[in-house]
Design a protein. Structure first.
Length: 307
């Protein structure tokens, strides 16, 4: 091969190498424009996708957002419910811990849908009124970044700040409010007692109590909806309730009892839809409360101190 031909061959080879390098640089540096997450879906620091179109900053928008969120909760999709919280509330408990809380203690009323009745908007906040069966509640929402976000109640926030998941589950199981705990499915909101024991004194129903005089703090009865007189309890008491619709011809049998602190909802203690019930549910919260009771047939309630 002549020196001229050798030189020409070397020049062509160098040109090819340069072209390949240039092409590589263009491919690396000139990536298509758009969302980086399309190319790095698991890359730390990639911004989360938004929640879609902004929700209207109106009462109708608040109602629609609340209904969607409460439907997720009622269906047992607690991760989606947590996703709808306000940004401040997300700092109270992680998504994983919140989901685990309800895996260990399934809500007794899971599957029962909330019905949003109204929403009152003031600035960037809203008071949303909902019903579940015959119980009524009011919840707070906040408008953040184009979305209506749920704000947990102050008492719930304090619980998430101060207690572990295990502590909260243990307390709920002790109170008989876990559907997958010791509470039978037929009595989701109370501790069932055998038929022959249901007629005994309330003293024999709660967990072990020290000997002492049975102290009745409240007795009430009625039919339909009624608010009880206020009563003050320490951290250990029991609610005994009865109702009987077995002879009713209305075709509707239910009873509910909601614990209230003034106008603030505390807990739904009773939610029965069977023909009748004679049960006791232990409680472990102190304070001054009253009951909002409703039933389709004659009912009785009795609040008893546990010594």
């Amino acid at each position: 091969m002549t020196p001229r031909l050798i030189l020409l061959t070397i020049s062509l080879a160098l040109a090819a190498v340069i072209a390949i390098c240039a092409t590589t640089i263009v491919l690396v540096l000139d990536q298509p424009s758009g969302d980086p997450s399309e190319y790095h879906p698991n890359l730390a620091g990639v911004a989360l996708a938004d929640d879609g179109e902004p929700q209207p900053d109106t009462e109708a928008g608040a109602r629609a957002a609340a209904q969607t969120l409460f439907d997720s909760y009622a269906a047992g999709d607690h991760g989606a419910f947590w996703d709808g919280w306000s940004s401040d509330a997300h700092n109270l408990i992680s998504r994983g811990d919140y989901v685990r809380l309800f895996e260990l203690c399934k809500p007794v009323a899971q599957g029962i849908r909330y019905a949003v009745q109204s929403a009152t908007v003031q600035g960037d906040t809203a008071k949303v009124q909902v019903t579940r069966l015959i119980a009524a509640f009011t919840y707070d929402f906040r408008y953040e970044n184009g979305r209506w976000r749920f704000v947990p109640e102050a008492e719930t926030q304090a619980e998430y700040r101060s207690k572990t998941v295990e502590q909260m589950v243990a307390e709920k199981q002790a109170a008989g409010t876990c559907a997958n705990g010791s509470t039978p499915p037929s009595a989701p909101t109370a501790t069932s007692v055998p038929p022959d024991a249901a007629r005994q004194s309330v003293r024999s129903q709660p967990p072990p109590a020290t000997p002492g005089e049975r102290k009745v703090l409240l007795t009430d009865n009625g039919s339909g909806r009624k608010n009880s007189a206020p009563f003050t309890v320490d951290a250990s008491w029991a609610l005994h309730y009865t109702y009987d619709c077995s002879q009713s011809s209305t075709g509707s049998a239910f009873m509910s009892a909601t614990l209230l602190d003034g106008t603030r909802h505390v807990d739904l203690l009773v939610s029965e839809t069977g023909a009748s019930a004679d049960k006791t549910t232990p409680q472990y919260r102190a304070g001054t409360f009253h009951l909002e009771i409703a039933g389709s047939c004659p009912w009785t309630v009795e609040v008893v101190d546990i010594p």
